[in-house]
Design a protein around this ligand. Structure first.
Ligand code: FES
Length: 75
């Protein structure tokens, strides 16, 4: 039987967003999107989470990471 090791990043991936919640979940009805392009944060550093505010640029510069937003497009 194969063993799978789970390694947790120290402190987790989310440094500060809604830490009082057991699990941070956001739901978006795609048909309600009003703009042709909406960027959703995947770096967990945005001040407007769950929307991207560009904070991933600073995070990537400081850490050498390569994270970016999820782009939802209406066309
Ligand atoms: Fe998190 Fe842009 S601010 S992906």
């Amino acid at each position: 039987r194969r063993m799978v090791a789970v390694v947790r990043a120290e402190g987790g991936i989310n440094p500060q967003i809604r830490k009082d919640e057991a699990k941070v979940v956001d739901s978006v009805l795609v048909s309600d999107l009003s703009k042709p392009l909406t960027a959703y944060c995947r770096c967990w550093r945005s001040g407007t989470f769950p929307l991207c505010d560009g904070s991933h640029v600073k995070h990537n510069k400081e850490t050498g990471d390569n994270v970016g937003p999820l782009l939802l497009k209406t066309k």
